[in-house]
Design a protein around this ligand. Structure first.
Ligand code: ATP
Length: 259
């Protein structure tokens, strides 16, 4: 279980995250939704230690995550962010094997068990035929799928996803979300696509202006009034017959104005 307790973040003298608490139970898939600039990425960066928080705590299974040594922290939590800058020439396999680093001691070499795992994770993201390709020659979506394989091979308890499927076509969005859902990891994901959030998340936190505005299961949170108030959009929401989840149809402004 991961819990974020009363996190507040100031950047300069601007309050970006204002006393946010949220948690995810073991193996739960938790989504964070909210408009541009509402603080989703900042909060995730606070959690994965790229951005220091001003006050608050991040606890994993009762241990203070922010105080863990880097290797121990990497055994607990993996991250896929929107962009992963890579400037050196690595093969796809080498990129994925980097996810095993938290389990290595100095002068340990990759062994065949790790190679098998790398292939298994690349299969999960549909990239196994690219195993010997140079990472830098891949398309944006292909790169992102390799980065997801690298996070999966880390086999931590918690997976943090910041807009993980931004670069992906719809087939690969669903494929990746299915692969993530099938892992035994606890997931906290910032998502822009509200129908994807509805389909995959067990629980949602809605952020607005650095605060948690609402929370609950998708069917409790995704309603026309909330989406109007938070995202300033008009929608029609119905329960999808096959999926049993709310499905959102967004109405174009010019259509709404005519009504
Ligand atoms: N280094 C920084 N300096 C100043 N302001 C910042 C900095 N980083 C983030 N912010 C501001 O904090 C607010 C929250 O940004 P954040 O990236 O967390 O939002 P977000 O919800 O992830 O947005 P998006 O949906 O556009 O990705 C924004 O107003 C942003 O401009």
């Amino acid at each position: 279980m991961i819990s974020i307790e009363h996190v507040t973040t100031l950047i300069g003298n601007q309050l970006i995250i204002d006393d946010v608490s949220l948690s995810a139970e073991k193996k739960q898939f938790v989504g964070i939704i909210g408009p541009n600039g509402s603080g989703k990425s900042t909060l995730l960066k606070n959690i994965y230690r790229v951005l220091p928080l001003s006050s608050g705590k991040v606890m994993i299974n009762g241990h203070d995550f922010l105080k863990m040594k880097p290797k121990e922290a990497a055994q607990q939590l993996a991250v896929v962010s929107q962009e992963t800058p890579v400037t050196f020439d690595f093969s796809v396999k080498e990129m994925v094997l980097m996810g095993r680093a938290p389990y290595k001691r100095m002068f340990d070499f990759d062994h065949s068990k790790d190679d098998e795992l790398a292939l298994e994770m690349l299969k999960k993201v549909g990239m196994e035929t690219f195993i010997n390709r140079n990472f830098l020659t891949l398309s944006g979506g292909e790169k992102q799928r390799v980065i997801i394989a690298r996070a999966l091979i880390q086999q931590g308890e918690v997976l943090i996803l910041d807009e993980p499927t931004n670069h992906l076509d719809i087939h690969h969005q669903l494929h990746i979300m299915d692969a993530v859902k099938d892992t035994n990891m606890t997931v906290i994901a910032a998502l822009h696509d509200l129908n994807i959030a509805s389909m995959y998340c067990d629980y949602l936190f809605v952020m607005r202006e650095g605060k948690i505005f609402a929370q609950g299961r998708p069917e409790e949170v995704l309603n026309e009034t909330l989406l109007r108030e938070v995202f300033e959009v008009e929608t029609i929401i119905h329960q999808h017959e096959t999926l049993g989840k709310p499905h959102i149809t967004f109405l174009p402004n010019r259509f709404v104005k005519k009504q």
